[in-house]
Design a protein around this ligand. Structure first.
Ligand SMILES: Nc1c(NC[C@H](O)[C@H](O)[C@H](O)CO)[nH]c(=O)[nH]c1=O
Ligand SMILES: CC(=O)[C@@H](O)COP(=O)(O)O
Length: 160
């Protein structure tokens, strides 16, 4: 179901587990920062709205989405991090570079999650245009950051 038919910010906070003592890392790609900063705002506010303490949210930047995998590994290996939310925006250009980045990040984040047995959330937009990205970073289709945050909370609740 595309974001056009399911708003990214449309979720229920019912039955959300107690995350008041959980610590979340949020990695933010510096590429397309107008978009990724909006994703971060959505993720941060959603975490707080669902019971996460502000002081338990650790933000770090990486240069681009390709670096999210190593950044996630460095965060996930820390014992005091319970989940890592990875935020990026890869916009299709003229070449196949887009494909290689998107594939590398998707596989890389999955590998980190399985290696450290922690939720490592894929909050990466992969649009064709800047408009599509903005529509999913607080626009008409909601905020991918919201979705990533609630996904991290749900996964921690699943493993409690
Ligand atoms: N074009 C985009 C990039 N490119 C940079 C790569 O992510 C990476 O930093 C570089 O290849 C060096 O390893 N990154 C994005 O996040 N979004 C883009 O649209
Ligand atoms: C996803 C990218 O790296 C892309 O924005 C770079 O643009 P291009 O493919 O035109 O070099």
């Amino acid at each position: 179901m595309s974001s056009s038919h399911k708003n990214l910010s449309d979720f229920s906070s019912k039955n959300v587990s107690d995350v008041s003592n959980k610590r979340f890392g949020i990695l933010v790609s510096e590429w397309n920062s107008e978009v990724t900063d909006a994703l971060y705002s959505g993720a941060f506010e959603t975490l707080v709205a669902n019971g996460v303490k502000r002081e338990n949210i650790i933000k770090q930047y990486v240069p681009g989405s390709y670096e999210l995998s190593l950044g996630a590994q460095w965060m996930a290996e820390k014992e005091d991090i319970d989940a890592v939310i990875c935020l990026g925006c890869v916009i299709q250009g003229e070449t196949r570079h887009f494909d290689f980045i998107c594939s590398a990040v998707a596989h890389g984040l999955t590998n980190v999650s399985l290696k450290y047995n922690k939720p490592v959330i894929f909050g990466v937009l992969t649009p064709d245009t800047q408009k599509q990205a903005l529509d999913r970073a607080g626009g008409k289709h909601g905020n991918k950051g919201d979705e990533a945050a609630i996904t991290a909370i749900k996964m921690l609740g699943m493993n409690q």
